[in-house]
Design a protein around this ligand. Structure first.
Ligand code: MCA
Ligand code: AMP
Length: 514
């Protein structure tokens, strides 16, 4: 069988004119398809020269740059496993990921080399390179000595391509193991489902350490041979300014909310755009409607997970290609994608009638293999007949539209980033003078949802909310920091003594919104 390496498929879609622009940064730097091919070959040859064991993990925590994307592609090309890490992660978080994944290679920002390399070498990593967002660093210096020709390493569909750390309901993150087949099947299907066309241009404004920016956006453009307009950071004004040269945009709901606040968002500005896609967090109906009124475009909302890449999507066109009524319906995440089986089950494990709310379970070629070195956790998350338990709660209506109404997992999604209350509570509970804490998500106009910490102190302890927040800031990624903190005498509990987070959510729900 021919190689199922995802890179082979992406490379095969490069246009025949390799001198055409593949990526243009917002600052005006242009990379041709030939540049992508040559630079990824050089980086892949560098990785190959290190004589790493099969299945080696390449852990990467660097600022967004075109070279960082090339490093991802080079890792696929060389047949190793990519492990992207959020740039906001601090020492303790990086220590956990590196200790757990035992990467053979770590690539970090030049500014972080001191502390990251110390952690990496301690964990047994042999090679630590640096990569700056301005084309500096030892990775590129070393790659420059290697050939710009490289034969892509052959891979089978079930060979591991990436590990994405996600959800830790007990406070510990799990590494979702995604294969070449998981990602290739999803990318090929979405190319068709979202009607990618010749001449499409994607504005890429998302971070590249999560599924949305790294896989959905990059694979989407590359597998269609489409140019990307590349933004290192999301800036609503800049995105709107570049829309006349683009056709496709992908973003988390916060990005749409921020663009709606710009007077420059007009029908004229979006005239050339073909498709706006949203996901990673619930898109409020209010945002969906306002976008429609302001721009004349209907946002296409889809639903996915790190463990599964994309699962459902509202339809692209009004035809009946997939045998459904096909308008994009706000408040829903659309239909299970072709090849994905999705069902809603009750807590007793039985299928529920149409319209009833229950646990969403999925199966398909896109669903991950296992959690890295957590066989028991993996077994817990699958049903006996092989469906993955998403932890999302929802319903399917009589027309087949899926709506997500909540989550059974204790998770806050803030601006598209996941915050696991158990992790933050663990840190707070360790602070001197703290008896117990609870972190709950409340509505927020910009981030959709943000965390609020409610803390009980020991008798006589003079706990200050500002001090708790400051302590957390010194240890955790910035997006995990509670936006407010309250010290209270007691937490509401049920008869079993369990904290009733629903009551806390209710109590604090109007903190940021009217
Ligand atoms: C930044 N801050 C946040 C967040 N981002 N607080 C809560 N939630 C956030 N998401 C805080 C910082 O801590 C800081 O606070 C202040 O905001 C400014 O930080 P800065 O970095 O300048 O913020 P920003 O550049 O304005 O970032 C906001 C953002 C960013 C652009 C919305 O959060 C973002 O890019 N989100 C997208 C995440 C994403 O790609 N998710 C996809 C996951 P202070 O000043 O107090 O320190 S993939 C996924 O979910 C699945 C699979 C799927 O379906 O796609
Ligand atoms: P992650 O752990 O980053 O993979 O986040 C996956 C979670 O994001 C899912 O389990 C959902 O809870 C949530 N999610 C993704 N897309 C949507 C969406 N369109 N609407 C609501 N929730 C979503």
């Amino acid at each position: 069988m021919s190689s199922q390496n995802l890179f082979t498929a992406l490379r095969a879609a490069f246009p025949s004119d390799l001198n055409a622009v593949a990526v243009e940064t917002d600052e005006g730097l242009r990379y041709s398809w030939r540049d992508l091919d040559r630079a990824t070959a050089m980086m892949a040859n560098l990785l190959a020269s290190l004589d790493l064991p099969q299945g080696s993990r390449i852990a990467v925590q660097v600022e967004k740059s075109v070279e960082a994307m090339m490093l991802y592609l080079a890792t696929l090309r060389a047949g190793y496993v990519f492990l992207p890490l959020n740039t906001a992660y601090q020492r303790a978080e990086i220590e956990y990921f590196i200790g757990n994944a035992e990467p053979a290679v770590v690539v970090c920002s030049p500014a972080n080399f001191g502390w990251v390399s110390k952690i990496a070498f301690k964990a047994g990593t042999q090679h630590v390179f640096t990569l700056g967002d301005d084309r500096t660093g030892s990775l590129l210096e070393r790659a420059a000595h290697h050939s710009d020709q490289h034969k892509t390493v052959s891979k089978k569909a079930d060979d591991l391509a990436a590990i994405l750390y996600t959800s830790g309901t007990t406070g510990r993150s799990k590494g979702a193991m995604l294969t070449h087949g998981n990602m290739l099947s999803n990318a090929e299907m979405l190319k068709d489902y979202w009607g990618w066309k010749r001449g499409d241009v994607l504005i890429h404004a998302l971070p590249i350490f999560h599924v949305h920016g790294l896989f959905v956006a990059i694979h989407g453009a590359l597998i269609n041979g489409s140019k990307m307009i590349w933004m290192a950071k999301f800036d609503p004004k800049r995105v709107i300014a570049r829309m006349p040269e683009a056709t496709v945009f992908m973003g988390v709901p916060t990005l749409y909310v921020r663009m709606l606040a710009e007077p420059g968002l007009t029908r004229e500005a979006v005239r050339k755009m073909r498709l706006f896609i949203a996901g990673s967090a619930p898109l409020l109906l209010e945002t969906f409607n306002e976008w429609q009124q302001r721009t004349g475009h209907t946002i296409l909302e889809r639903y996915g997970m790190s463990e599964t890449v994309m699962l459902t999507s509202n339809p692209y066109s009004a035809d009946k290609r997939f045998g459904q009524q096909t308008e994009r319906r706000g408040g829903t995440v659309g239909f299970p994608l072709p090849g994905v089986s999705l069902r809603v089950r009750g807590d007793d494990g039985k299928d529920l009638p149409v319209g009833d709310i229950g646990n969403i379970q999925v199966k398909g070629p896109n669903v991950f293999q296992a959690y890295w070195r957590m066989p028991e956790k993996t077994a817990d998350e699958f049903t006996a007949d092989g469906f993955f338990k998403t932890g999302d709660v929802g319903k399917i209506d009589e027309r087949g539209y899926v709506t997500i109404v909540g989550r059974s997992k204790d998770l806050i999604i803030s601006g598209g980033y996941n915050v696991y209350p158990a992790e933050i509570e663990g840190y707070i509970n360790e602070m001197a003078g703290v008896v117990e804490s609870a972190l709950v998500g409340v509505p927020h106009p910009d981030f959709g949802e943000v965390g609020v910490a409610v803390v009980i102190g020991k008798p006589g302890a003079s706990l200050k909310p500002e001090a708790i927040v400051a302590d957390l800031k010194s240890k955790l990624a910035n997006f995990k920091i509670p936006k407010r903190c309250f010290v209270v005498p007691e937490l509401p509990r049920n008869t079993m003594g369990k904290v009733q987070k629903n009551l806390l959510r209710d109590q604090y729900k109007a903190l940021f919104v009217a």
